[in-house]
Design a protein around this ligand. Structure first.
Ligand SMILES: *Cc1c(COP(=O)(O)O)cnc(C)c1O
Length: 428
């Protein structure tokens, strides 16, 4: 949906100046909006033992992650590179949760050395590891749970987690192997906007956690309900009531655990930064094909959600509101027909040179970018608390595109046969 009035009120007065000085396209994030959303989450839990770990994959920019760490947020990492990023940002052991799947022994070792709170996604892997972390946690597979959101895919085909009916046994195994501290993890929704379904999903994890703990004879230090909270992408969407979500969780926690309440952890990414970013681009072509089209100077390499899964991102022309409207497709320059930011949108008739905004790019936007077709990833800017605009990632250029290429091939295995031309010469 359109960016907040507060963000718009600070961005739009300086936008033409930024574009003139810096060029397009770029993502720009609102530091104030991000910190306010984070603080709101903490306040909603009102002193209950709670911590939010930002899902690094949603917006892995050091400046934004530092901002969140400074506010007291932890980081949720799911790969070795994300773990390294957290370490370089000075995140200490209890600032990091590690929630991977299809995990390799090497990355498990890295998470262990980092002292992260590790969630095991798979039972066979758990049995293979020799050293257990200080706190052992398993991820619950979503099947069998009530809320199962379709966006996570068919629950019966999930690749995530340990089936609910095996949990008691794996915790008993863990205890037998000497584990003394335990957590449990369950993430059942994705981009969920419905408060009842989101709450139900979290409550399911708490209830199942309590049952499993009682039956396995363990106490849970924490229940991690994961991320997956939605943001209103469409103008008609209503924002999720995080206060109601937190209330439902706290009630379930008290009901199921009484006074020995485990801490609640969340791993939200999208909810924290999603609405506080916008992709700024410029109209470079106005075309009439089978449909009316406006071509912009960003491509899906800067934001792949619309092309990849038909996701809606609001599109606007902030300085063209007095023009007559037209129904139009907004396209990028990639040689793929799916490279469209908007299809059949009614907007003021775009004109070459217009500044255009693609909204809600603060999560899973730049991060999902790629370099196919040499349409490289754009810059990231940050609108700081004091109103400065700073570059927090430059745009990629030719050297980045070829940074990993070997101009002089490096021999990996030397073949034992000689070249046919060589053989012919030697035979003479
Ligand atoms: C992707 C992911 C998240 C964050 O999801 P959002 O939709 O951005 O909140 C959290 N935890 C895990 C394990 C994930 O895979």
């Amino acid at each position: 949906m359109p960016i907040s009035d507060e963000f718009a009120g600070r961005l739009l007065p300086v936008l033409e100046e930024i574009v003139a000085a810096y060029g397009t396209p770029f993502h720009i994030y609102d530091a104030r909006g991000i910190t306010e959303t984070y603080r709101g989450m903490v306040e909603a839990f009102a002193g209950e033992p709670y911590r939010q770990y930002f899902a690094v994959k949603a917006l892995p920019n050091p400046a934004v992650l530092s901002l969140l760490l400074a506010q007291g947020s932890g980081l949720d990492c799911a790969s070795p590179i994300e773990l390294e990023l957290a370490a370089r940002l000075g995140a200490s052991t209890d600032d990091v949760v590690f929630t991977s799947n299809n995990t390799s022994p090497a990355e498990y070792r890295q998470a262990l050395d980092a002292g992260a709170l590790i969630t095991f996604d798979d039972r066979a892997f758990f049995e293979r590891v020799e050293t257990l972390p200080e706190t052992v946690s398993f991820r619950i597979a979503p099947h069998g749970l009530a809320a199962g959101s379709t966006l996570m895919g068919d629950a019966a085909h999930t690749k995530f987690g340990v089936p609910a009916n095996e949990l008691v046994e794996v915790y008993r195994d863990a205890r037998r192997r000497g584990a003394t501290r335990f957590g449990i993890h369950g993430m059942i929704c994705a981009n969920e906007l419905d408060i009842d379904r989101a709450s139900r999903a979290a409550v399911d994890v708490i209830e199942l956690g309590a049952l499993v703990a009682a039956e396995a004879g363990i106490e849970l230090d924490y229940v991690n309900v994961g991320g997956g909270l939605g943001i209103p992408y469409r103008p008609e969407d209503k924002p999720l009531d995080f206060g109601a979500y937190a209330d439902a969780i706290v009630q379930a926690q008290k009901r199921c655990f009484g006074n020995g309440t485990p801490r609640i952890l969340t791993e939200c990414g999208r909810y924290v930064t999603g609405p506080h970013g916008v992709l700024v681009t410029r109209v470079i072509n106005r075309m009439r094909k089978a449909r009316e089209m406006a071509g912009v100077d960003a491509s899906m390499s800067a934001l792949m959600r619309p092309g990849f899964y038909g996701a809606y991102h609001h599109f606007s022309l902030p300085f063209a509101s007095d023009r007559p409207e037209v129904e139009i497709d907004v396209v990028g320059a990639l040689c793929e027909n799916m490279d469209k930011f908007a299809i059949g949108r009614t907007v003021p008739d775009p004109t070459v040179g217009d500044i255009a905004l693609i909204h809600d790019t603060g999560a899973h936007g730049h991060a999902m970018g790629f370099t196919y077709n040499g349409r490289l990833r754009p810059a990231e800017l940050l609108l700081t608390e004091s109103g400065d605009v700073v570059e927090i990632r430059r745009a990629e250029g030719f050297d980045d595109y070829l940074a990993t290429a070997r101009w002089q091939p490096r021999t990996v295995v030397r073949g034992c046969g000689s070249h046919p031309a060589q053989e012919a010469k030697e035979a003479k």
